[in-house]
Write a protein that binds this ligand. Structure first.
Ligand code: DHB
Length: 392
């Protein structure tokens, strides 16, 4: 007999989506079990993006003091778009009355994990989900192996796949591990972390003839920067001096403050939306349901927007026996997902130089950038999407 753990909601994946969902469910009295194949240390040390929409910050406020966004993170009231040798500030509060916070995703994860463990959450690291079964019954199951490789099952009233872009749960919903709308891009980002003071007060998104660069931050003494590269680039291909040259030539007008580079990575660009987000009693959220290219930092924010909708829908189903909010979860989530897909694609195509770009393409792109920054409506469109549309 395979050992079976019983709970109301089984959550596969302890990223921001899965952990926040367990918190929101707990807040209305619904117990859950959260599993993740990674160790706690791996989850807490993986470097991801750093920008939180205002709505994301407000939802994290429900963790109370456990959320350090407002104390350790930094509010940013604008970004700079730089092109053709000039910087153009997009001022969020005056355009849309909102802001964003710079607070890295792994810090969000540290806060969530500490808060969930303090609340007594059944949260299991090093546990691998092999498949999700019986989606179309009222007892869906997760077939898993514990940290010692021993098989066990989680039987629940509902299973949520928050297990990232290589989701195992996805097959139970879409019928295949890939099934979705998909787009690739002919470039990637070379990301670095360095020990240096900030080179600018706010983030700089720069379109230059040599390609895109993003000057972001992490803290007073650690900075995050990216430049457009070929997706096949090897992180060891550049010396530190070459990395600074690549970055510096893409932000003419700013002298970057250099310091030791202690981490490098290449981020692939993909746009993906699963064909289905719900089958019976299994739903997908976050990267298991969709991925966006990184420009504009929508990934985690979108995952959290999914979770807000799904938590309410599961409350209605499991507390009141009302399945209607769940039935409309895909449609309501996809409304925002496709807007964010468009925004991420648009920011990407606005700022990057495609390898096969012609002179026409370059001049058209500068025309598009000018249309945005020279118009109150253009700047407001960007500010509204960047700070996050209000939750529906
Ligand atoms: C960061 C990443 C992004 O994709 C972005 O648009 C802004 C900031 C970051 O990692 O800091």
């Amino acid at each position: 007999m395979t050992p079976t753990v019983r709970t109301r909601v089984a959550i596969v994946g302890a990223g921001p989506a899965g952990l926040l969902l367990s918190h929101l469910l707990d807040a209305v009295g619904i117990p859950s079990v959260v599993i993740d194949q990674r160790s706690r240390d791996e989850i807490e040390s993986t470097i991801r993006a750093g920008i939180l929409e205002q709505g994301t910050v407000e939802l994290l406020d429900t963790l109370g003091d456990a959320s350090r966004v407002r104390t350790v993170g930094n509010r940013h009231d604008g970004i700079e778009l730089r092109f053709a040798g000039e910087g153009h500030r997009i001022d969020f509060p005056s355009l849309v009355g909102r802001a964003v916070w710079l607070y890295p995703q792994h810090e969000v994860l540290k806060d969530l994990i500490a808060a969930r463990l303090a609340a007594g959450q059944d949260l299991r690291f090093g546990v691998t989900a092999e498949s999700v079964q019986d989606a179309e019954t009222d007892r869906p199951r997760v077939i898993a192996r514990d940290a010692d490789g021993q098989p066990f099952e989680i039987e629940a009233e509902f299973v949520v796949g928050s297990d990232g872009s290589r989701s195992v749960a996805r097959a139970a919903v879409t019928g295949s591990s890939t099934g979705g709308y998909f787009r690739e891009y002919p470039f990637a980002w070379f990301g670095i972390l360095c020990e240096a003071p900030p080179s600018s007060d706010e983030l700089i998104y720069s379109n230059s003839p040599d390609g895109f660069a993003l000057i972001s931050q992490r803290s007073a003494s650690v900075q995050r920067m990216y430049f457009q590269c070929d997706p096949e680039t090897d992180t060891a291909a550049y010396s530190e001096a070459q990395l600074w040259d690549e970055l510096q030539k893409r932000v003419p007008g700013t002298t970057l403050k250099e310091g030791p580079i202690f981490q490098r990575d290449v981020l692939r660009f993909r746009s993906f939306v699963a064909h289905e987000l719900l089958r019976g009693r299994v739903a997908l959220v976050g990267d298991a349901a969709h991925t966006v290219p990184p420009t504009g930092a929508k990934g985690m924010n979108l995952a959290i927007a999914d979770v807000r909708l799904l938590a309410d829908a599961l409350g209605a189903l499991l507390l009141d026996g009302d399945a209607r909010p769940l039935e409309t979860y895909p449609e309501r989530a996809l409304h925002r997902i496709w807007k964010a897909q468009h925004f991420s694609w648009w920011m990407t195509s606005l700022l990057h130089v495609a390898p096969d770009a012609t002179d026409f393409d370059r001049r058209r792109q500068l025309g598009e950038l000018r249309s945005v920054v020279e118009s109150d409506h253009g700047r407001a469109y960007l500010a509204e999407a960047y700070t996050g549309w209000p939750q529906s």
